[in-house]
Design a protein around this ligand. Structure first.
Ligand code: KG4
Ligand code: ZN
Length: 346
């Protein structure tokens, strides 16, 4: 039983990231360095992530970021106990860049190598920041994922709900685009909604009371498009009103789906003293969504845990931490011929 220092690497989407995390024998964690380079400026002109450009950008920056992460933590590869790299899900080109780099470092330094599921990284972050105990519920809402996951233990995950079409962040991005707002759409929609007039446009709440624990957002986006088409010219005020209507509808949908998940959790774990809902993903930055989730979890008797924003969005500390948790559990390292997986459900 000793402390573990793990080098983490994340290149699954449009963030290039490297980090060193230390896990103490008592299960607490410390981030020794956490370097993230966003490719936003590379993709902004295209209104979305361009996979080929993302992969090239990872190639040209990853080595430097790993060096920085080591320097900032005042460590050399000798001090590292294992290398943990995102192996999926994500864009295949970026995953290959991260995996090849991580495997080469692990092999050259003679350290174990762990291929990590990106979603496991998001799922376990709350144990790094808040030391919370299993089991708990995770709501992951990002540009690529919308999931409710039961986290019962390291390597014990149950996906309870997912989206049948767009991810929530993707729905924000597409809605912003059709209203002429910049990318990424989430912050732009939230900002516009602040000057929206409540009730001018009314959108249905997707999946309300549906007995299946699923999400759907593409219908909303289409409804916004149709409403916008009837409003010519599209004034700034109308855009704000539509953004508010969209944000209000998705917030109500999340609230409905989450309250169902919390009930299920209570029925499954009636003896759980300290139930908690953890949120992760870029959409968790949305203030309207956050305060609605806070109110719902508290009235259901759950703790509401939102890791700091830089750990909610993509980063390598969560990948290093997942590697540390796996290693501490005695789970075996991955083979060096591990293949990247663009799709990889938890
Ligand atoms: O987790 P993240 O940084 O990257 C991945 O998708 O992996 O999430 C980015 C997503 C984008 O779709 C962005 O529009 C959305 O999170 N987002 C927001 C807000 N800030 C970022 N959505 C709603 N409100 C926000 N304030
Ligand atoms: Zn992510």
């Amino acid at each position: 039983n000793r402390s573990l220092n793990i080098l983490g690497i994340e290149t699954s989407c449009d963030e290039t990231a490297a980090s060193i995390v230390c896990r103490a024998p008592d299960g607490s964690g410390e981030i020794l360095s956490d370097v993230v380079l966003s490719q936003l400026d590379v993709h902004a002109a295209f209104g979305g992530v361009v996979p080929e450009l993302a992969a090239r950008s990872h190639v040209s920056t990853l080595d430097r970021l790993i060096k920085q992460a080591l320097e900032q933590s005042k460590m050399t590869l000798d001090d590292i106990d294992a290398v943990a790299v995102t192996a999926g899900p994500g864009l295949i080109g970026g995953l290959m860049v991260g995996l090849m780099t991580g495997k080469a470092i692990a092999m050259a330094a003679g350290k174990p190598f762990y291929g990590i599921n990106h979603l496991e990284g998001h799922a376990l972050t709350a144990r790094l920041t808040d030391k919370i105990a299993f089991p708990y519920l995770l709501l992951l809402v990002s540009g690529g994922h919308t999931q409710i996951v039961l986290v019962e233990g390291v390597d014990h995950y149950e996906r309870w709900g997912t989206t049948i079409d767009d991810a929530l962040g993707e729905a924000f991005d597409k809605t912003a685009k059709l209203l002429g707002l910049p990318y990424p759409g989430g912050p732009a929609v939230e900002q516009a909604a602040q000057s929206g007039e409540p009730g001018r446009f009314k959108l249905p709440v997707p999946m309300r009371r549906d007995p299946r624990l699923v999400f759907s957002f593409s219908g909303l986006k289409t409804a916004v498009r149709q409403m916008a088409e009837h409003e010519t010219p599209l004034s700034k005020q109308t855009i704000a009103d539509l953004c508010l209507a969209f944000q209000t509808a998705v917030t109500a949908s999340l609230d409905d789906r989450i309250s169902m998940a919390l009930e299920r959790f209570k029925a499954r774990f009636p003896e759980c003293q300290d139930p908690a809902l953890v949120v992760a993903g870029g959409v968790a930055a949305n203030k309207a969504i956050r305060s609605s989730l806070l109110a719902r979890t508290q009235s259901a008797g759950f703790h509401f845990i939102a890791p700091p924003l830089n750990l909610c969005t993509d980063n390598a500390a969560m990948i290093a931490w997942a590697g540390a948790e796996r290693m501490a559990q005695g789970l075996p390292p991955s083979p060096l011929d591990l293949a990247p997986r663009s799709r990889w459900p938890l």
